[in-house]
Design a protein around this ligand. Structure first.
Ligand SMILES: Nc1nc2c(c(=O)[nH]1)N[C@H]1C(S)=C(S)[C@@H](COP(=O)(O)OP(=O)(O)OC[C@H]3O[C@@H](n4cnc5c(=O)[nH]c(N)nc54)[C@H](O)[C@@H]3O)O[C@H]1N2
Ligand SMILES: Nc1nc2c(c(=O)[nH]1)N[C@H]1C(S)=C(S)[C@@H](COP(=O)(O)OP(=O)(O)OC[C@H]3O[C@@H](n4cnc5c(=O)[nH]c(N)nc54)[C@H](O)[C@@H]3O)O[C@H]1N2
Ligand SMILES: [Mo]
Length: 825
């Protein structure tokens, strides 16, 4: 396998670039007005500095690269970089990020923890008093506790995986720096997988031999040129490409525009008529929520029984189709998975499914799937079935055909450039006694149940007894499912340390809170385009650290000093020396690729960014073309070297919730389950248009989407009328696990029976002394359930839950999600 999905470091940073990187192409030399930039351009013709001289300070974020305009130490406005093809309005929130009212100003410790020591008044987390302490005091409290726990229990007692999207920047990567400090301090408990693709990344490694979800895609230009039909399966790139893990290149948004311009036929399979579907004038097919597996089986059955499937492709490139055929025909269980059968489950007319099968096989068809369909119970099945369907169609590896599971993410399909890649600061070597990691979405279960055994991809995992949780760069009170269950699991550890710029719910529920800088208060660099590796952006410091905020780096360095590992942590470098070493490493790679770059000092002083050349053949790159050309010479990373429609490896794990063949396994909750009698509506938690998860919830952008000052809920007019709800009403959404207040948006853009509340609203309990209290801001994870997708992948099920809604008739409480905790200044 090229990628190891279980290494915490394997994620996006080391994306495999597809395609041969050969011929050079000439570069456009654009604006270079400063003297340094001009000198650079003369000396280094390949160094493309694209930015005109301006008053702005060049920096970058998950939402794009931009120039910050600073006036007397305050960031006042921003302007996008010149060659961003589709600038994102989220960048306009940068001044609000820096100067937010709810910045954490000083190091703070929870009163009972401070007075009684670790574990003191754990049940008071979230409502205890806060005590301001000096930085020196805060650093020794944290260091002493790490030392105490390492000595008494060893590294398995410290959960420092710290999942989260932090900010861009390869040096000030809070998560990597936390890992680096903890490894030097004796090791820590980490996690496997992620919240994004928990189910798909594990099953895909068995089916196509790589995680697939983080692979480069057949290029957008190739799709635009060759695809006759694009099927968006739970895929909304126009929204999700706004932001990316590194700095977005927004080339995919150009791809969408080009498809629209060409008038390519597009079908969107989604309970919501998405912005992408609207832009592409797509036909909308809206299945019942969570029933995609059944729907795909119905299409596959049609192809098979009408003999339209590609036998030759299946024979040459796949294994296990014979077993799948038997299953489709019902030879194993007596039920044929016909279009009529599927229609009963997914609510799409059988004739429509048959028509879809015929159209997909008769045109050059690209199936682009998003990831919401796998953030579900049995979430392994839909992507496995889509690969199987694409194999039956037989176009995998052909221009504009097959499937792509990352067109909606970061820069999937943006042609790979030729240059160098910035690596990040490394977490260093884990000590030999480091514990086995825990699947990331099982963390609440782990905290609450030390010693419990679970299965994970063929392995037995035993939960350790976690005494400390350390969070730097993530927000578990937004990202984790079943917030009320998390709240009780959160009472188990003795110490919870959180680094944050803001008083998020996670910070409010910690013991020790350390105020951090935003990325605009420090110097850094990052790549633009996760898959394309098209740019290197400097991130120049725009303003001084606010209040008493410090960089995560400096906090960890101070802790490392107390623990006697300062030198190993810093390697003797300061911020600029670190940046230079990261740059030099990238520069050496670029030189080997024939792209000479200037020395670091010139790059940094020029204030410009680098744009690498894109080789012509990469613009036309086709995923799986090499495999298609010669499956023996270019086998997949599966045991058979082929696409595994049947996986013996998975079958031998013997999991009833993920057998060796893909199929329809009714999920834990759906419209056909018992839960639906009391809670008839199905929840959709699609990612927010105007945020990155919980990031920017505390900015004025919320005026665009909040209704009645709460997170919005999309409700079909039929469901709204049945409950006497109108647009603008405050609504209580609830089930057995929790209740939240949301603001109604009644719209025909969502199918009846489904409601959408986007993930990411900050948790804001009405009465923290009461279990399952109302969340006043609309944190959707109060309603989701916390079980693994299956024993195979243990992915989260954040995109699934049954619920009921009613018009809220009480006095509507103030939203205090973005307020400071009581007594804090
Ligand atoms: N129900 C449901 N739940 C979901 C999802 C869903 O679809 N449905 N989606 C899931 C997915 S895909 C993901 S990736 C997760 C995302 O979950 P997270 O990654 O945890 O979400 P973010 O809101 O990005 O949280 C990042 C936090 O880091 C802080 N931060 C930013 N920069 C810095 C820094 O430099 N230093 C420090 N110390 N902190 C910083 C921010 O203020 C913010 O609080 O949510 C998951 N949860
Ligand atoms: N603007 C913005 N961009 C982002 C993010 C963000 O928070 N905001 N987050 C980033 C991150 S970390 C990630 S992981 C990606 C997430 O990328 P995705 O996981 O693909 O995004 P989602 O919005 O969760 O889901 C995509 C689509 O799936 C649909 N869907 C949900 N359930 C079903 C179902 O049962 N059947 C079908 N057919 N469709 C369904 C939703 O309605 C939605 O339109 O986005 C990234 N980009
Ligand atoms: Mo994600």
């Amino acid at each position: 396998m090229k990628n190891n999905p279980f290494s915490p470091l394997s994620r996006r940073r080391f994306l495999q670039a597809g395609g041969a990187l050969l011929a050079a192409s000439s570069l456009d030399l654009l604006y270079m007005k400063s003297a340094v930039a001009q000198a650079v351009s003369q000396a280094m013709p390949l160094f493309s500095a694209l930015r005109p001289a301006s008053k702005g300070i060049l920096t970058a974020a998950h939402w794009g690269a931009f120039e910050a305009i600073v006036d007397q130490g305050r960031m006042v406005s921003v302007q996008p970089v010149q060659d961003d093809p589709s600038p994102n309005e989220l960048i306009e929130m940068a001044p609000w990020q820096v100067h937010a009212d709810n910045r954490i100003k000083y190091p703070m410790v929870r009163k009972s923890w401070l007075e009684q020591g670790p574990g003191g008044g754990r049940d008071l987390r979230g409502r205890d008093e806060w005590v301001r302490v000096s930085w020196d005091k805060a650093i020794s409290l944290v260091s002493n506790d790490i030392r105490r726990l390492q000595k008494a229990y060893g590294p398995s007692a410290i959960y420092a995986g710290s999942y989260g999207w932090k900010s861009t920047g390869t040096l000030h990567n809070s998560r990597a720096l936390l890992g680096r400090m903890m490894n030097l301090a004796g090791g820590f408990l980490g996690y496997s997988g992620d919240y994004s693709t928990g189910a798909a990344q594990v099953i895909m490694s068995h089916v196509v031999g790589s995680m697939e979800v983080y692979e480069q895609q057949t290029s957008w230009p190739n799709v635009v040129a060759h695809a006759e039909l694009v099927v968006l399966w739970g895929c909304n790139p126009q929204t999700t490409l706004k932001n990316s893990w590194n700095v977005p290149d927004h080339v995919g948004l150009e791809g969408i525009e080009a498809l629209a311009k060409k008038g390519t036929r597009v079908i969107s399979v989604d309970p919501i008529y998405t912005p992408t579907a609207k832009t592409l004038n797509a036909e909308w097919i809206a299945p019942e929520a969570y029933t995609d597996a059944a729907m795909i089986l119905g299409i596959a059955h049609t192809l098979l029984t009408e003999k339209r499937h590609d036998e030759a492709f299946l024979k040459r490139y796949t294994v296990g189709f014979d077993k799948f055929r038997a299953c489709l025909l019902g030879e194993s269980d007596g039920t044929a998975k016909s279009a009529d059968w599927a229609s009963e489950i997914c609510g799409v007319e059988a004739e429509k499914l048959r028509a879809l099968a015929r159209e997909m096989v008769s045109k050059r068809t690209m199936i682009m799937a998003g990831w919401g369909i796998q953030r579900q119970h049995h979430g392994e099945q839909p992507h496995w079935l889509l690969v199987t369907l694409a194999a039956m169609i037989g176009q995998i590896g052909l221009p504009g055909g097959g499937f792509g599971f990352s067109y909606h993410y970061s820069s999937g399909g943006s042609p790979t450039a030729r240059g160098g890649i910035l690596s990040g600061v490394s977490t260093g070597k884990a000590p030999a006694n480091s514990p086995q990691s825990v699947p990331v979405a099982r963390i609440a279960d782990c905290l609450a149940n030390p010693g419990k055994h679970i299965q994970f991809n063929g392995k037995d995992i035993t939960y350790p007894d976690v005494k400390m949780v350390y969070v730097a760069g993530g927000n578990p009170f937004h990202h984790h499912q079943d917030t009320n269950n998390l709240l009780s699991a959160w009472q188990h550890p003795e110490t919870i340390v959180v680094h944050e710029p803001y008083w998020t719910a996670t910070a409010k529920h910690a013991d020790i809170v350390l105020p951090c800088t935003t990325s605009y208060e420090r110097n850094d660099m990052d790549m633009g385009g996760d898959y394309s590796q098209l740019y290197v952006f400097p991130m120049h410091q725009c303003v001084p650290p606010q209040h008493e905020a410090r960089n995560d780096y400096d906090i960890f360095l101070a802790i490392a000093a107390q623990l006697g590992v300062e030198e190993a942590f810093s390697e003797g470098r300061d911020e600029m020396l670190w940046l230079k070493s990261l740059y030099d490493n990238m520069k050496a790679q670029a030189r080997n690729a024939g792209v000479p770059l200037p020395p670091f000092s010139e790059f940094w002083q020029s204030g410009n960014y680098i744009r690498f050349p894109v080789p012509e053949e990469n613009k036309n790159w086709v995923r799986f073309a090499d495999f298609r050309e010669d499956p023996l010479l270019n086998p997949l990373g599966t045991p058979s070297g082929k696409i595994e429609i049947f996986s013996r490896t998975v079958a031998e794990m013997n999991y009833a919730d993920c057998p060796g063949l893909p199929g329809w396994l009714p999920p834990h909750e759906w419209h056909g389950s018992d839960a639906a009698r009391k809670y008839p509506l199905s929840l959709n938690t699609a990612h927010p248009v105007n945020r990155l998860h919980s990031q920017l919830d505390n900015t004025p952008l919320r005026k665009k989407y909040a209704i009645g000052d709460r997170e919005a809920i999309l409700i079909n007019p039929q469901d709204a009328a049945a409950r006497g709800i109108q647009s603008g009403d405050v609504v209580r959404a609830f089930n057995e696990r929790g209740q939240i207040l949301v603001g109604a948006s009644v719209t025909g853009d969502i199918r009846p029976g489904v409601v959408r509340i986007s993930e990411g609203a900050w948790y804001d309990p009405l009465d923290a002394t009461q279990p399952n209290t109302l969340c006043k801001n609309g944190n959707v994870n109060c309603l989701t359930f916390d079980i693994g997708s299956s024993q195979l992948a243990q992915g989260n099920c954040g995109h699934m839950a049954q619920l009921e809604i009613e018009k809220y008739r009480g006095a509507v409480p103030d939203n205090t999600a973005h307020a400071l905790p009581a007594g804090v200044v």
